[in-house]
Design a binder for this molecule. Sequence first.
Ligand SMILES: [Zn+2]
Length: 417
Amino acid sequence: MFESIKFFVHGKKIYINDQKNGYDLGELATDFLNLKEDYKPMFDKMQKVKEKAKEYVESQNLEDWWELNNYLWDIDKVLMRYKLFKAARPDDFKLFEDTMEYTGQQRLFPDDNIFDLKRLLPEPIEQEDGSYRFKPTDFTEEEAINSIMNSHTLMIAPGDRKAKWTYYETAINKYDEYLHDIRAPNITIQNFIDYGLAHLTHLNPSNYAATLGNYLTNDRWYKWIVNPVQNRGDSFIKKDDVRMWHFPYVIDGDENNVAIFDCYEVDTVQALLKSDFYKALSVGHLIRKCKHCGNYFLQKRAYHTMYCDRPSPEDPNYTCHQVGSRVKKELAANLPKSRSWKRAGDRISKDAERGIITSEEKLKLLSEVRDMLTAAITKPGIGDDEFEQMLQSDVLYPRFGISRRTKPRGRPKKATK
Ligand SMILES: [Zn+2]
């Protein structure tokens, strides 16, 4: 859990907190954009955490706390698979371990006050002359110190059970906040990559920037930028609160190589994620979505490719790139599926020409049907007829949240005499 994240940018690298060897700009964002199937289970678990927390507050039963701690821990374990979280969270973070131990062992001691600091330490009483005298306790000083050292007083947070729970509740809220905070920029940036960057013919930082400018300001794209109205309060923030300063640092431990770094401190994952992404584009790093496995990958040099070089999901002996070449060959062979796909493409283009859908909706649909074709060719189970059906406009458009605008047609004029 963290309150704020510091990061430092120099050249084509980004460094998180006290990290020595940074990441390539865009590497963190790429990794995080691939958090897809992982999101829903975390979100569902969070609802369970919140329900259980309510139960605990009512029951004060440590079993409830123990159980919800496991749910929250599960969420943390998933987040920690991502570089950004791993780098941002302090190494000495032991909340879940502490809570497990505390709620597990404490059940044996129904009276929490045994470990209440106030009872163990002598209480200072102010005298008339302003000096203090200590009220004797039932324990000797040595007993008190031993009890504290062996107790759970310092676990989770200092204080009694109530104080610990209050602290734990802030952690629950923080994780809930993370889950909301990562959704908006992730979806917005994915849409920008898939429907904006993916269609560029000339790959250079100037074009990336111009496309981004259009995406962020042109009203026609608003649907693809996550906004609170349509997304349960989640929002892609266009202006983040950031503290910024400059400071000279040694690069890669080489004392003769010092540079002034841009240093930032932010309070949200979103702010870091966007900085990494934007700065990556500025130095010519491009993030793409593999047309085969659907994962995002970072390209540090500009060249056109639709496939990543990772092992393909169906057959790890081949990379996505190799499978992609096979798809291209099958397309050229003019099989029924590729004919269906070409016809669907024509229909979509025609609808855009007639103004029944916008040109942005066209780009989205073309990109989606291309993905559907790749899936239909490489994964068994979809028949030719079934594929043709899936591509019919009345099935296809609603699937991607696009409705066709019928043009107002005037009634045929009555012949007047
Ligand atoms: Zn791939």
